[in-house]
Design a protein around this ligand. Sequence first.
Ligand code: 28G
Length: 646
Amino acid sequence: MSTENNNVVEQEYGADQIQKLEGLEAVRKRPGMYIGTTSSRGLHHLVYEIVDNAVDEALAGYCKNIHVFINPDNSITVKDDGRGIPTGINHQTGISALEMVFTELHAGGKFGGGGYKVSGGLHGVGASVVNALSLWLEVEVRREGKIFKQRYDHGEAAHELSVIGECGDETGTWVTFLPDPSIFKETVVFDFNTLKQRLREMAFLTKGLRIELSDLREEEINHREFHYEGGIKEFVAYLNQSKQVSYDDVIYFEGNVGSLQVEIAFQHNDAYNESVYGFVNNINTPEGGTHIEGFRRALTKCFNDYGRNKKLIKDNEQNLTGEDIREGMAAIISIKIEEPQFEGQTKQKLGNSEARAAVESIMTEQLTYYLEQNPNVAKTICEKSLSAQRAREAARKARDLARRKTALEMGGLPGKLADCSDRNPENCEIYIVEGDSAGGSAKSARNRATQAILPLRGKILNVEKAREDKVYANNEIRSMITAFGTGIRDEFDITKLKYNKIIIMTDADVDGAHIATLMLTFLYRFMPELIKQGHVYLALPPLYKLEKNKRVWYAYSDEELNQILTEVGRDNNNKIQRYKGLGEMDAEQLWETTMDPERRTLLKVCMDDETESETDLTFVTLMGDKVEPRRAFIEENARFVTNLDI
Ligand code: 28G
């Protein structure tokens, strides 16, 4: 790029435009106001803030590569090959544009109407916030043939911006920072997988951009690279990777209405769930909003018009509902909008009405054309939707029947449930136990006042592979629904929950993990609020019992067993028992190790809605048909399979 061009841009985005709003002290005093939370999640947010700025430079058309390093000291380095942050001195303030970016809140035009970026969603607060919350931060800029560098301690410049070398025609920005442990009290340790998932998502959402992640903390460097020329088209293919797809094409549309940019990609698979994810300025919107509404409206209208027109929907048949058409659909709707308005409880729902209109018109126009051009795909989707319509009718009947039957048969409660006597849900917990024999031990072991036991026989239905009517017909699932009291899906009501803790207790082996996953899958699909609000736990039964000289120890892992053996001495008096299942423990042992609130360990099941599509994929991959992705998943997320990402 020529210097001339640079000068023009410098004028337009002069350092004068930066608004001085308040000092970084405010950020350190109330970090939550700027990054939402100072938990591990907030810590990772720091990285996304810096990467966001590099992605903006990519969206502006200048940056092609971003590389994120987790350094051995848990500091983070982000490098981009964009134009480099401008280094010129602002004549009013006497400090460089770069320093203003890192020291003044709301600098950079994100909120100041400088017109530089379209991003800035929930926490788009920028480099100055990251700087304020770091022990130190160093920035290096390559620009106009020179390498500039500046360091900040606790957010304050340690020295003036200085030239430390030359770089020829290389350009770009490097930022390294170390989060302040007195602010991130929970942890300052970065998680490779968390960063990996979000960076992959960012790469999908910015086609052509290459994002690399390197973890330098271990001798063996962990490295991943994400680069998708097809952007969200490849995102949809990724979501469908472990499924049978209904047709080969990933359908893709893009267009603009004024400055508002719209991208849509979708493809159906042979499963029954809808996986439609919306993004606004690269931030996902779990609560949906106007962009999703526009997509749905256009989808429903186009397919009904097409189906009627081509006589695929007969005159005596009802219109397809949106739900029918979206059964088994994976979709990404990604829009870029200058001033997003977020609404709803968690401010994650897009409110701009112009987004609805834009998505609807682009989708209607291009889908109508696509269906005319691709009659085979159009017919496949119409027929699939009609079959969903028939199944929906059958499911409604099954659901009504199931509801009446359970109420009649069991006087409202499943027969196998050993309920607790306390009627205050706050005090109560329910153990869902694999197998009748373990269920028996659990019933005698429990605290009858506060602990209910629901034994389930063997494997429960895999809801990823069954339509709703089958789900309601399944006894184990019906028992759970009745026991919890909340109802499911649209009728779900958390205030009716009878137990504060729902504890899944399965054998500590592969089969047990599989059964636990099946149960979690059911909860995730039918009662996700239980997981989101932290009511779901996994019990952690011991793997070993060690007896020596009439004393007893329990070990919950191989390492722990080794540790205990080292302490007590490795000799012939050790009697070690490896538990193959819960059934091998008597009631007293089960109580001591796994059920006594004073001594047990519970794993809380969490859901990170920041990378919602990945949570979805976790279940789909674990429960899907294809063996290869499942194996790859298990290898990559060994942690998840043993303790399910708690
Ligand atoms: C590596 C980690 C994070 C960035 C740029 C490039 C420009 C820029 C960034 O300008 C707006 C303009 C001057 C203050 C823009 C360069 C125009 C011309 C840029 C990054 C406000 C910001 N030349 N690259 N910011 N300025 N990369 N990577 O942060 O007045 S931030």
